[in-house]
Design a protein around this ligand. Structure first.
Ligand SMILES: Cc1cc2nc3c(=O)[nH]c(=O)nc-3n(C[C@H](O)[C@H](O)[C@H](O)COP(=O)(O)OP(=O)(O)OC[C@H]3O[C@@H](n4cnc5c(N)ncnc54)[C@H](O)[C@@H]3O)c2cc1C
Length: 379
């Protein structure tokens, strides 16, 4: 693995950093308080190529690799986890699924508009009764000649209401059998497809999370991705890439919390000295940066394997598991370093603290990551 970042990665990171400082930072708390999903910001990021980072140039994307993708997610998440989460869901879940499993005609139809963010993407696997046990889904797609009829509800879907294009995994076979689900692309506006309840969340409040409802939603077979029965298998591959982005989101949140704490610890005086002079504080900072750099290395390792198209299931799960737990630990310590001020909305660390918790849950909980890692090392 190459540890030295290439010029292109540094340039892309700088672009994302500048954009986040100028167009996201000033509004972070306003969007958080009101739970406003700032769609316009994603349209602007589309113009910079940040909504189609991994999409080849021939389909209108930036044609970059996972190292650049990780850098973009990290830079944005240092400023706002919500925007980082939505960026990740659009790039690696919806767009990523189409990029990996759509046929040529589907790629030409969807990728350019997703890469420019003319269309915002959503990806629906989870349901009210099946989260970790996603293979046991209840949403069905029943064949009717050249069409499929979808019925059921997906929940916790990032952009469940605002998404223009949704990739949906639905059951096409008997429950609890292998190869019983299939992936479809559903356009917003298709009769029988609607957004449902928007969640009122602890953190990530500017990232829209909502239900997607299918009520006798009829779609043509040309909207099916890959073979009938391959849906869950495809989803697991998509999640390998997605988990790298959640690891990057976690590292970004942790870095944001750490950098704020480092600065504050030098400026805040107690007992006539900066609090950074107390070993109780400086050791916290030492633990924070050590864990962040370890999490970043695991993330870069997974990104490097993904770029080389090598098996990455274990490494992506390790990066996601470790980095997300680090984000929670670091942002918890950050609130502690800020003391009472850390408990208020006048300083950024309470938001990092709230946002970080999603990272140990979304795209597979920490317990599920450990299951994935254990399965890989014991096979
Ligand atoms: C903000 C947000 C955005 C999301 N975005 C999307 C999206 O865009 N698309 C999408 O499809 N989903 C999305 N999700 C759903 C997310 O992936 C699920 O919430 C997650 O997979 C966990 O599922 P669950 O919530 O049903 O928890 P459950 O599966 O019910 O888990 C509850 C608890 O039981 C534990 N548990 C379950 N099974 C096991 C086991 N076998 N061994 C040990 N412990 C176990 C879990 O680790 C957890 O602690 C999102 C969720 C959130 C909160």
């Amino acid at each position: 693995m190459e540890f030295q970042q290439q010029e292109i990665t540094l340039q892309v990171a700088q672009t994302a950093r500048d954009f986040a400082r100028q167009h996201i930072k000033p509004y972070v708390m306003q969007w958080d308080e009101t739970q406003e999903f700032p769609l316009q910001v994603f349209k602007e990021m589309g113009k910079l190529g940040l909504m189609g980072v991994l999409v080849p140039e021939e389909y209108g994307g930036s044609g970059l690799g996972y190292l650049e993708y990780v850098a973009v997610i990290e830079e944005v998440s240092k400023v706002c986890g919500s925007v980082g989460l939505s960026l990740a869901a659009h790039n690696s879940l919806c767009t990523g699924h189409i990029l990996q499993f759509a046929n040529e005609e589907q790629k030409k139809k969807y990728l350019p508009s997703l890469a420019s963010c003319e269309w915002l993407g959503a990806w629906g696997l989870t349901e009210p009764n099946t989260g970790s046990d996603a293979g046991n889904m209840r949403t069905t797609a029943v064949r009717d000649g050249d069409f499929w009829v979808l019925n059921g509800t997906k929940n916790w879907i990032t952009h469940g209401i605002s998404g223009d294009v949704a990739v949906v995994i639905a059951r096409t076979g008997e429950p609890r059998t292998s190869g019983n689900s299939t992936a479809f692309i559903v356009d917003r506006g298709t009769p029988g497809f609607s957004g449902g309840k928007k969640e009122n969340k602890l953190g990530m409040r500017a990232s829209e999370t909502a239900e997607m409802i299918f009520d006798h939603c009829r779609i043509h077979d040309s909207q099916r991705m890959g073979e009938v029965g391959d849906g869950f298998k495809q989803a697991l591959k998509v999640l390998d890439g997605g988990r790298i982005s959640i690891a990057a989101l976690s590292v970004g949140i942790a870095r944001g919390a750490y950098e704020a704490s480092l600065q504050y610890s030098k400026e805040r005086y107690q007992f006539d000295q900066p609090i950074s002079h107390f070993q109780g504080i400086s050791f916290k900072l030492a633990d924070m940066i050590t864990e962040i750099e370890a999490a970043e290395l695991l993330t870069l390792q997974a990104a490097d394997l993904k770029n080389k198209k090598l098996p990455v299931t274990k490494e992506a799960a390790m990066a996601k598991y470790y980095a997300s737990e680090v984000a929670v630990r670091v942002s918890t310590d950050a609130v502690q370093i800020f003391g009472g001020y850390g408990y208020t909305k006048d300083f950024p660390v309470e938001k990092f603290y709230r946002d970080s918790k999603l990272c140990t849950i979304g795209e597979g909980t920490s317990e599920i990551q450990k299951t994935v890692i254990a399965r890989q090392i014991l096979k």
